[in-house]
Ligand binder design. Structure first.
Ligand SMILES: Nc1ncnc2c1ncn2[C@@H]1O[C@H](COP(=O)(O)OP(=O)(O)O)[C@@H](O)[C@H]1O
Ligand SMILES: [Mg+2]
Length: 384
C-alpha cells in the first residue's frame, strides 16, 4: 500500500429508506472519521455514484422501489471496484447470501451493531487498497516489459545499422580510389587524343561525387548510433533511489516466473543505507535483465541470492545463481550484441549488452564471475 493510499480517507455511501436510522448511523460514522454520504433508495444511490468517488456502500436490502439486490447488481455492473456491505432483516439471512452471490463483500443483520459495521467497512477498504496496489504493480511490470522490448529492438536495429555502415565504407573507399586512379591516367599526355575523353571524365566525376554522398550517409548513420548509445543519462530522470527498495521491487516482479521453476530468490543487505543518485527505470531494466537471465539459467529447485552491500563510496549488487554457469570461452562474448545461447524466442542476445551500457552510463561497472556447472554471479557497482 503506498503512502498516498494510507492517507486517503475511505468514502462510504449509506443507502437506506429509514431516514432516522440512516441519519444516526451516518452521524456516528462521521464521528469516527469516515466521510459518509446518504441515499434514501437505489435510484438515488446510483445518481450519487455518478458524481462521487465512493469506496464502500452500506446497502439496505428491503427498500421500496428498486430493492437492495437489484441496486447491488447495477452497482457491481457499473462500478466493479466498489465494495458493498448488505444490511438484511433479522429473519432474512437468505437475502444476505443472495447478495454475496451477486458480488457483495459481506452482509450484516439488523439491528446493526455499530462496531461490527465499522470493522466490516475497514475490511472492505483493505480489500480495495490491496487490489489497487496489485493493479499498480501489474501496470509497472507491463510498462517496464514494453520499454525493455522496445529498447532491445532499437538498440539491435542501431547495432545492425552501424555494422552495415561500417562494412559499406570499405568498398566505397576502394571505388573512390579506383575512380581517382583512372582519372589520373586520363590526364596523362598520351591520353590527350582518345575519343570521348570528356564523357569519361564526366562519368568519373559522377562516380566520385556519388561515393562521397554515400559516405556522408554512412557517416551520419554511424554518428546517430554513436550519439544514441553514448548519450548521457537524462538528468531529468535522475533521482535519489534506495537501492535496496528498488532491488526488492524487481525481485517481486520476477517472483512469479521463478515460482514456476520452484526457484527461491533471497535478498540480503549489509553496510550503509544504499541511497544512489540514479535513473530508477534504467537501473530496474538492468536488474530485471540479470534476474531473468539467472532464472533462465537455473534449474528446477535452484537458488538465486541477491545481495546489496554499500560502503561510504559505492554500492554493490550481486546476483548469484546456482545455474548452468558460463563456459570460459563465452565469458568475454556474453556482453557483445546478439551473443546468445538461447533459442530465438527465448533470447535476443541484447540483454547484457544493453545492461552493461546502462550501468556505465550511470557511472558504474558490471562484472561477471562464473563456474561452469555450479553457477554465475553478476556484480554491479555504482558510485554513491
Ligand atoms: N546467469 C547466467 N547463467 C548462465 N549463462 C548466462 C547468464 N546470464 C547470461 N548468460 C549467457 O549470456 C548470454 C547473453 O545474455 P543476454 O545478453 O542477456 O542475452 P539473452 O538472455 O537474450 O540470450 C546468454 O544467452 C547466456 O548464454
Ligand atoms: Mg537475457
Amino acid at each position: 500500500m503506498s503512502d498516498s493510499n494510507k492517507d486517503k480517507n475511505v468514502q462510504v455511501l449509506l443507502v437506506d429508506d429509514e431516514r432516522h436510522f440512516r441519519e444516526i448511523l451516518a452521524k456516528r460514522l462521521v464521528q469516527r472519521g469516515i466521510t459518509t454520504l446518504e441515499a434514501s433508495g437505489g435510484e438515488d444511490a446510483l445518481k450519487l455514484l455518478e458524481k462521487n468517488a465512493i469506496d464502500v456502500i452500506v446497502l439496505d436490502v428491503k427498500m421500496p422501489g428498486m430493492n437492495g439486490i437489484e441496486t447491488l447488481r447495477l452497482v457491481k455492473e457499473k462500478y466493479p471496484s466498489i465494495e458493498v456491505i448488505m444490511l438484511t432483516g433479522h429473519a432474512s439471512t437468505r437475502d444476505g447470501v443472495d447478495g454475496i452471490k451477486s458480488g457483495a463483500f459481506d452482509y450484516l443483520t439488523k439491528p446493526v451493531e455499530f462496531e461490527q459495521l465499522l470493522r466490516k467497512i475497514r475490511q472492505a477498504e483493505h480489500k480495495i487498497r490491496r487490489s489497487e496496489a496489485a493493479k499498480k504493480e501489474a501496470e509497472f511490470r507491463e510498462h517496464i516489459k514494453q520499454k525493455m522490448a522496445i529498447n532491445e529492438r532499437l538498440v539491435a536495429l542501431g547495432t545492425i545499422a552501424a555494422g552495415v555502415a561500417h562494412e559499406i565504407n570499405n568498398p566505397l573507399a576502394i571505388i573512390k580510389d579506383a575512380a581517382g586512379w583512372v582519372k589520373q591516367i586520363l590526364a596523362k599526355p598520351e591520353m590527350v587524343d582518345i575519343p570521348r575523353k570528356a564523357d569519361f571524365e564526366k562519368a568519373l566525376d559522377r562516380i566520385d561525387s556519388s561515393t562521397d554522398r554515400a559516405r556522408r550517409i554512412t557517416q551520419q548513420l554511424l554518428q546517430v548510433v554513436k550519439t544514441q548509445s553514448s548519450e548521457a543519462v537524462d538528468p531529468a530522470n535522475m533521482k535519489e533511489v534506495d537501492l535496496r527498495k528498488l532491488v526488492g521491487e524487481c525481485i517481486a516482479l520476477v517472483e512469479l516466473e521463478a515460482s514456476y521453476k520452484k526457484i527461491n530468490i533471497s535478498l540480503e543487505t549489509s553496510g550503509e543505507t544504499p541511497i544512489v543518485q540514479t535513473d530508477p527505470y534504467q537501473l530496474a531494466q538492468v536488474l530485471l535483465n540479470l534476474l531473468t537471465n539467472a532464472i533462465q539459467a537455473t534449474g528446477e529447485g535452484g537458488r538465486i541470492c541477491v545481495a546489496v552491500h554499500a560502503s561510504q563510496k559505492q554500492a554493490e549488487v550481486t546476483i548469484q545463481d546456482t545455474g548452468c554457469g558460463i563456459p570460459k570461452e563465452h565469458l568475454d562474448k556474453i556482453f557483445e550484441p546478439f551473443f546468445s545461447t538461447k533459442t530465438a524466442g527465448e533470447g535476443t542476445g541484447m540483454g547484457l549488452y544493453i545492461s552493461r551500457n546502462i550501468v556505465s552510463k550511470l557511472g558504474g561497472k558490471m562484472t561477471v564471475e562464473s563456474q561452469p556447472g555450479k553457477g554465475t554471479a553478476f556484480i554491479i557497482s555504482l558510485p554513491l
